[in-house]
Design a protein around this ligand. Structure first.
Ligand code: BGC
Length: 705
């Protein structure tokens, strides 16, 4: 079919993503008037009540803040988190980095919507998510909570989540900003220059705030350039409010997120969570008495909270004048199906030697399932993002039921694996658990010391734990054919054993439907279509230095593939990489000028024999720049699902504003006059299509081919 005849789809449909987001329909003039008239009736004590949480521990998952019946002001009821509602039981979605691997913004919008609805059904009105700290290094303990090592990708997914969730509740993108090392998070200073901050570490926050109308933002525990983020005026006042026009409130991260009284309020922190310590009456009185603090500042922060309550038409029962949703929506059939869809789309096929996958499940086939993780509900970390579903589909049971025609036998990790030689194929489920990576909870450290198990925190290296590597090696020594299913929340180095296995699937922490999704991929009901949102190096030395005890960490323009490109490192699996059971042709790049943007069209054809999806990726390189530029940067992507033989034209729009660099000297963004190379393909390392445009004397010109 020629390109003219194939239907055109948009890689990113901003209108569809933003649909139903309550924040985008607010009449700000009216809200401002109502807020001011209410504020005029509030005493200082009533204002103070609005700027702090009400009790240190949550009640049924809800953290309360503010609220006053006599004023008709309902309290904030805040609920974690990024992979589901942490309030009672709830649908456990795959972790965010897994969903990020789908490169499917519409899916993320729907997941955000489902989590938001469940939070509302549990009585909450603020969702403490998404986590959008850029994955500076894959060893970060909370890597699983965030999306990616790329700011554009993180921005699209974060925005989609915010928009979906804000159909039902307020969101709070976190942790603002540069929170990307766990073990020292309470003391760490993230050091950064203005250009790296604006170009790499903040654009995704900006998207959530400016395009998504995120109603609140959570500040980070760490310092930024030596000042705690909860009292960092540059972040909370200058960038967030003055530059981006943020109208919401900033709440601190819990306990140690508020470090002072007057400096925090002065800098623009509004609500101390989860309870009054630094914003306790005596502290505020003291600060007022000595002149460090003014009543005007308390008014300012209280007003930001009240403003959002009025804007969102908050009632004790819900937002937007709607009643609290029926609890039946929690883990309803649609949400569980969505969790499965997300898990399926997140699975990344990394190796498929001699097409070992998909497996046949017919009579006479024998399958060994190996490893303790095959029989474990491995949902990810047990910090604030933990979710408790009422049931979990585990790999072993899901494989057994999907392969009912075949013989399936289970081998635990510690048993002799010599008998694997008798089976057609061995599926080894290996990886990490909450003990290996996750949020660092100080109280959990005691348990760690008592039990001798590490619990959460950063990873010192990216290898599998020794017993897991040993399991794979022992299975590989006996099995005829071996497929490794890796679970974990970030990059895992596979160099030691990858050459000894036939198939490799990265399934992350796949949520409560993870087992079913895995079985459907293993047996070919769906073709895997996930793509890596994090580069997998051959070894840690390929990456930037990593020290989990660091108290000062320098940030620059080079996280993730930017660093690897710059240092000419060839990795094991590049950013954006993933295989499937079918094949795609991406061809005929056409580029047109739109209104202040480029419209890039490519034809995508499923050339294989099975339905499947691919992710078309567009990267831009700037040549002849007068400043340092990284080798290339992701500026657009689109997931395309097609029946065999079908073709579509994909349109990726790249706005001129996305081609600018941040000029620290002038403190502004500049669209430079230089050459721009646009490259398109199926991963950061496979970009066969290219077009070049020059910007000269304020005009765009296509370079000669
Ligand atoms: C985490 C936040 C979380 C909060 C409330 C903090 O320790 O860093 O991400 O939202 O706890 O549970």
């Amino acid at each position: 079919m020629s390109s003219n005849e194939s239907p055109t789809i948009k890689a990113f449909d901003s209108e569809a993503i933003r649909a139903g987001n309550f924040a985008l329909g607010i009449d700000h003039e009216k809200v401002a008037r109502e807020t001011d008239s209410l504020m005029a009736r509030m005493s200082l004590a009533q204002k103070i009540n609005e700027i702090r949480g009400s009790q240190p521990k949550p009640i049924e998952g809800l953290y309360y803040a503010g609220g006053d019946d006599s004023l008709g002001l309902a309290p904030w009821k805040m609920v974690d988190g990024p992979r589901g509602a942490r309030a009672g039981t709830a649908t456990a979605f795959p972790v965010a980095i897994a969903r990020a691997a789908s490169f499917d913004a519409d899916l993320e919008r729907r997941v955000g919507g489902a989590i938001g609805l469940e939070v509302a059904a549990r009585g909450g009105n603020v969702l403490l998510a998404p986590t959008i700290n850029l994955l500076r290094h894959p060893g970060w303990g909370r890597a699983q909570e965030t999306y990616s090592e790329d700011p554009y990708h993180t921005g699209v997914m974060g925005l989609a989540f915010v928009c979906g969730a804000q159909n039902h509740v307020l969101t709070s993108p976190k942790h603002f900003a540069l929170n990307n090392l766990e073990n020292t998070r309470f003391e760490l200073s993230s050091e950064i220059d203005a250009r790296s901050l604006h170009e790499v570490y903040l654009p995704h926050f900006k998207r959530c705030v400016v395009e998504g109308g995120a109603a609140s933002v959570m500040s980070a525990y760490n310092k930024l350039n030596g000042v705690y983020c909860g009292e960092q005026r540059l972040l909370l006042d200058e960038i967030l409010r003055e530059d981006w026009g943020f109208r919401g409130f900033v709440e601190s991260d819990w306990f140690l997120g508020t470090r002072s009284t007057a400096p925090a309020l002065n800098a623009g922190l509004d609500i101390e969570m989860p309870a009054a310590f630094r914003f306790a009456d005596d502290k505020l009185e003291e600060a007022l008495a000595c002149g460090e603090l003014t009543e005007e500042l308390i008014h300012r922060s209280a007003r930001r909270s009240v403003y959002q309550k009025i804007a969102w038409q908050l009632t004790p029962d819900g937002v937007a004048g709607r009643p609290r949703p029926d609890p039946e929506v929690v883990e309803c059939r649609e949400h569980v199906a969505l969790a499965r869809e997300a898990a399926e789309k997140s699975i990344v096929l990394l190796k498929n030697e001699a097409e070992v996958l998909p497996l046949c499940a017919g009579p006479g086939v024998s399958i060994a399932v190996v490893g303790d993780l095959a029989n474990l509900a491995n949902l990810g970390d047990r910090g604030s993002s933990m979710v408790t579903p009422s049931f979990v589909s585990k790999p072993l049971q899901a494989i057994e039921s999907a392969a009912a025609g075949a013989t399936v036998e289970y081998f635990e990790s510690h048993v002799d694996l010599a008998r694997l030689a008798d089976f057609d194929v061995a599926i080894v489920v290996a990886g990490l658990t909450y003990r290996d990576e996750g949020e660092f909870i100080p109280t959990a450290q005691q348990e760690a010391e008592d039990t001798g198990f590490a619990r959460g925190g950063d990873r010192v290296d990216l290898d599998l734990p020794l017993p897991q590597r040993d399991l794979i090696e022992r299975a590989a020594a006996s099995a005829k054919r071996i497929v490794v299913v890796l679970q974990g929340g970030s990059a895992i180095v596979v160099r030691d054993w990858i050459d000894r296995v036939d198939g490799l699937l990265l399934t992350w922490y796949g949520g409560q439907e993870g087992g079913t999704a895995l079985a459907r991929v293993l047996f070919g009901e769906v073709s895997p279509s996930g793509r890596l949102p994090v580069s997998i190096p051959r070894n840690m030395d390929q990456l930037m230095p990593w020290d989990v005890t660091a108290l000062i960490v320098e940030h620059d323009l080079l996280p993730g593939y930017r660093w690897l490109d710059h240092h000419r490192q060839e990795v094991e699996f590049p950013f954006g990489f993933g295989l499937g059971y079918t094949t795609f042709e991406i061809e005929d790049l056409r580029m047109m000028r739109g209104h202040d943007s480029f419209l890039c069209h490519v034809d995508v054809r499923n050339t294989g024999a099975q339905r499947g999806a691919t992710v078309v990726q567009l990267y831009v390189s700037c040549r002849d720049s007068r400043v340092f530029r990284v080798e290339k940067e992701l500026k657009g992507f689109g997931r395309v699902e097609l029946a065999p033989g079908a073709t579509v034209t994909l349109e990726i729009e790249v706005e001129d504003t996305d081609l600018r660099f941040y000029d620290a000297d002038s403190g502004g963004w500049e669209l430079e006059e230089c050459r721009y190379e646009f490259r398109v393909g199926s991963s950061s390392a496979d970009l066969p299509l290219a077009a070049e445009w020059r910007r000269e004397e304020g005009e765009w010109r296509k370079s000669n081919p």
